[in-house]
Design a protein around this ligand. Structure first.
Ligand SMILES: *[C@@H]1O[C@H](CO)[C@@H](O)[C@H](O)[C@H]1NC(C)=O
Ligand SMILES: *[C@@H]1O[C@H](CO)[C@@H](O)[C@H](O)[C@H]1NC(C)=O
Ligand SMILES: *[C@@H]1O[C@H](CO)[C@@H](O)[C@H](O)[C@H]1NC(C)=O
Ligand SMILES: *[C@@H]1O[C@H](CO)[C@@H](O)[C@H](O)[C@H]1NC(C)=O
Ligand SMILES: *[C@@H]1O[C@H](CO)[C@@H](O)[C@H](O)[C@H]1NC(C)=O
Ligand SMILES: *[C@@H]1O[C@H](CO)[C@@H](O)[C@H](O)[C@H]1NC(C)=O
Length: 380
């Protein structure tokens, strides 16, 4: 068995490794192409099958017996790759990539990334516990199929000016790929190891709730909404409808692949909605609920009813006016109308009591690259 210790730093192109000393080895000249996630070699003679493993875990059969393709090839975590010839005399070779490098504990920790409010890709991390005082971190987004990389520009910093977060504020040009997020660092004092995560954009998106619009009359109501995302287009919705003034009268409807819902004889009701990806696997998360919307569809707008309604309203107004004038005259307004604390709306109370969502805020969302929040995460 020959062991090859690679002394390769992160290089954008294929790097040549030291020659295998065994002249009879069926494979030699092992190379790593970190960008493409490939380990390849030269083949001497005909070999039936070559397999690759990470540590002792089998990962794949070599393509054309000349290279192994790794999905999510790590640029930061030192990994042992074993290439094994599984026919003829047993042969295997181990390579380690990348070589352990930099000061342990100085790398960024707890890197997490998420998409919010449709257009923003945000990441946060913590300063490594053993990081030198002058450490500065850099976040890169790397697209695996094109090997393009972008450094983030809108950094947020902790109180000592060290970067602990960053936000890409226009991600409409990205595709729904499996991206590589990498934070490396610089310091005068020591080399800083890198930290990375891999994520598919649709999986890290916190979907913004759709908002309901619609029209109705006494016999028919049509509600419509739109869910926005650059990375998903297939959604499932949950629509809740509270009928009349009774907050316990709740209907829940699941709507798939449709952006509207119809009701007949709707009356007065309140509706809210949330959505999630319809990918069919377990674990998609719901958006927060949309702000609730009230529909008053009882109003009979036919001409006959108007004069009567008008006279009732006018009559009531006149009566109130008269009472107020009288009361003022006798200075008893304060006694009769003390300020009533917190007149509550029963439906509003229901939402509050059930802790479903904040009524006014609806979706408590990030409206932009949110500086303060990231900093708070980084300092914990
Ligand atoms: C290929 O293997 C043979 C023995 O099987 C050996 O004699 C020869 O030198 C090898 N060639 C190279 C280029 O390694
Ligand atoms: C397989 O490898 C040989 C050289 O060993 C090369 O000529 C050929 O093009 C490769 N085929 C594919 C499909 O990569
Ligand atoms: C990789 O291989 C080396 C040498 O065999 C070993 O010391 C090390 O623990 C291995 N690392 C991992 C992560 O398996
Ligand atoms: C990273 O997260 C872990 C688990 O939540 C926590 O114990 C650790 O302190 C965090 N690291 C830093 C540097 O904040
Ligand atoms: C950090 O990583 C990026 C992306 O791979 C690379 O372009 C850059 O040179 C690295 N910087 C350092 C200091 O290693
Ligand atoms: C209510 O609206 C629907 C659809 O716009 C319409 O077909 C229907 O005639 C309307 N009904 C009344 C009573 O106005």
């Amino acid at each position: 068995m020959s062991v090859i210790w690679l002394s390769v730093f992160l290089m954008p192109v294929s790097c040549l490794l030291e020659r295998d000393p065994d002249p009879n080895a069926p494979i030699s000249n092992i190379r790593v192409d970190p960008r493409r996630g490939r380990v390849s070699w030269d083949l001497n003679g005909s070999v039936a099958e070559i397999t690759c493993s990470i540590g002792s875990v089998y990962t794949s059969k070599a393509n054309n017996n000349t290279y192994c393709q790794f999905y999510a090839f790590s640029l930061c975590k030192t990994t042992n790759y074993t290439i094994r010839v599984t026919s003829g005399p047993p042969f295997s070779t181990l390579l380690q990539y990348p070589k352990p490098d930099g000061k342990p504990g100085a790398a960024a920790e707890n890197l997490t990334c998420w998409i919010h409010d449709v257009d923003f890709l945000e990441c946060s991390w913590a300063v490594g516990r053993a990081a030198p005082w002058d450490v500065q971190y850099h976040l890169y987004l790397i697209q695996p199929d094109t090997y393009e990389e972008w450094e983030c520009v809108h950094y947020t910093t902790d109180t000592q000016g060290r970067r602990t977060g960053c936000c890409f504020d226009d991600i409409s040009g990205l595709k729904n790929h499996h991206y590589h997020f990498l934070v490396n660092g610089t310091s005068e004092a020591s080399r800083i190891p890198c930290t990375e995560i891999f994520a598919t954009l649709s999986e890290i998106e916190i979907l913004a709730p759709p908002s309901i619009s619609g029209t109705c009359n006494k016999s028919y109501s049509l509600m419509e909404w739109k869910m926005s995302s650059h990375f998903s287009s297939d959604f499932v919705y949950e629509l809740q409808i509270y009928k009349g003034a009774d907050p316990t009268h709740l209907d829940t409807h699941t709507v798939i692949d449709k952006n509207s819902y119809e009701l007949v004889n709707p009356g007065t009701y309140t509706a809210r909605i949330r959505g999630k990806n319809n990918l069919g696997y377990f674990g998609e998360t719901w958006s927060s609920w949309s702000p609730p919307r009230s529909f008053e569809c009882d109003n009979d707008r036919s001409l006959g009813a108007w004069p009567m309604m008008l006279s009732i309203v006018l009559g009531t107004l006149l009566t109130v006016l008269l009472v107020v004038l009288l009361c003022r005259r006798f200075s008893v307004v304060q006694k009769i109308f003390p300020p009533v604390p917190g007149i509550r709306d029963p439906i509003k109370d229901f939402f509050h009591n059930n802790r479903l969502v904040d009524w006014e805020a609806g979706a408590e969302g990030w409206q932009e690259c949110s500086v303060e929040e990231v900093q708070a995460v980084g300092e914990t």
